[in-house]
Design a protein around this ligand. Structure first.
Ligand SMILES: Nc1ncnc2c1ncn2[C@@H]1O[C@H](COP(=O)(O)OP(=O)(O)O[C@H]2O[C@H](CO)[C@@H](O)[C@H](O)[C@H]2O)[C@@H](O)[C@H]1O
Length: 235
């Protein structure tokens, strides 16, 4: 199993909901990984910002990236959060660089699999809740109405390098909302596994420093816990 035990593949009581086995299948599909200087990109641009402060010229290096949306999904029948897991080349590469700096060998491909909320880039001119609802269906295979999405907050991501806006929503889904297989767009190389993380394991999961996870996932789960503590959230 991708060189991992069942407990390592599914820690903290995680259970597959859609796309079971995608991690092993993706590891099989991956070959050599290397890096090259960036050429023209549809997704990001780099530039240096030159600005004056106290009459002196200063410079800040920036990666311009698109705004994005994310959705914290609560599955009411499973009493679990829905988490997506996919291979992130950036995470693998970053872990490889950390290993190289410490004189260790390259990590296995499994080290690039990252836990995130359902999320996507805002690359179309539609209202944000609409973009978010489409991501829920595309990645997780659940149909939610854009109007049913609750705004949690917006924040700036990677402020030292990007500063792009991320807007976070919350939605509840149930078995009756299942509409497809999810998994993302295969043509874009997306291979997404949807996992259910029991509500009572979320705090231990986000506190585990060794689990590669997005900041939005941590923020979302802390927000939900605060709502539950205030008896305003799902129980
Ligand atoms: N840098 C890149 N290089 C090459 N191809 C790329 C690319 N970024 C996106 N793509 C392509 O575009 C497709 C669609 O991307 P998505 O909109 O699903 O964003 P993604 O889930 O990668 O990141 C979303 O989720 C993460 C985690 O929450 C947020 O950080 C992020 O801002 C948000 O868009 C990807 O499958 C890939 O083919």
């Amino acid at each position: 199993m991708a060189g991992l035990s069942k407990e390592e593949m599914y820690p903290y009581g995680l259970r597959p909901v859609q796309g079971e086995g995608k991690m092993e299948a993706t590891v099989e599909r991956l070959g050599k990984i290397s890096t090259a200087p960036m050429q023209e990109s549809r997704f990001v641009k780099t530039h240096s910002i030159l600005y004056e402060l106290d009459g002196k010229e200063r410079r800040w290096d920036m990666v311009i990236s698109m705004p994005s949306v994310g959705v914290l999904l609560y599955h009411k029948d499973l009493k679990a959060m829905l988490v997506v897991r996919q291979f992130r080349a950036t995470v693998w590469c970053s872990r490889q660089q950390e290993a190289a700096a410490e004189g260790r060998a390259d990590p296995p491909h499994a080290a690039g699999f990252t836990y995130e909320l359902c999320a996507g880039l805002v690359d179309k001119e539609k209202p944000l809740p609409q973009v978010a609802a489409e991501e829920v269906e595309e990645e997780c295979g659940f149909k939610v109405a854009a109007e049913a999405l609750q705004l949690v907050t917006g924040y700036r991501s990677s402020v030292g390098t990007s500063g792009s806006q991320h807007t976070l929503f919350f939605a509840e889904v149930g078995e009756s909302d299942r509409s497809g297989a999810g998994g993302g767009l295969t043509d874009d190389g997306e291979a997404i596994e949807v996992l259910a993380l029991p509500l009572d394991r979320c705090q231990d999961f986000i506190a585990d420093v060794h689990i590669p996870k997005s900041a939005a996932l941590v923020l979302g789960m802390l927000w939900l816990q605060a709502r539950i503590n205030a008896q305003q959230g799902p129980s």
